[in-house]
Design a protein around this ligand. Sequence first.
Ligand code: HEC
Length: 161
Amino acid sequence: MSVFKISVGTAGVLLAAFLGVAAAAPERVADEQEAKKVQGERSAAMKSMGGAMRTLKFYTAGRGSAEDAAKAASLIAKTAATIPSLFPAGTGMDVLSDSESKPEIWQQWDAFAKAAKTLKGKAAVLAAALAAGDKDKVGAAFADVGRGGCAGCHRVFRQKR
Ligand code: HEC
């Protein structure tokens, strides 16, 4: 019986992957206290990526070490993968007065999750350019992380206060 269950579960996962079904948004938070906690984690994650972008900017300006730049690119790729989990429903600007998260995040969840994936992909391209030590490619990949990755999502889903 358990073998049967496992195979059915596996088939479901494979089918979802085959059909390209996106994962659903995380479940709604229970209350405002939980929403605030999530918002704190989200803020810390976003700020850590902001710090990594500053490190990378220094590097592209000819300052700082290649090692720090590689760490920063890897932090962005790893953090990007966690973005969807930091946005459970009930944590947007309609609930939290100091949030900059637009309702569109949950109305267009697939597009939002895709924007996080896009950032992850662009950060990986940057990491590869850094590993190859190709300055021109690093410069272009860094610009693309900022414009296509961060701003690509912010433009649509974040409303600055
Ligand atoms: C998939 C969407 C998405 C991507 C990609 C993304 N962000 Fe954000 N970011 C948001 C949203 C939404 C907010 C507003 C969060 C809130 O206030 O509830 C935000 C907020 C922020 C903040 C403000 C945090 C605070 O609490 O003050 C910073 C800084 C930030 N992002 C930096 C970045 C950087 C740097 C990148 C790229 C390396 C990035 N973000 C990529 C969606 C994204």
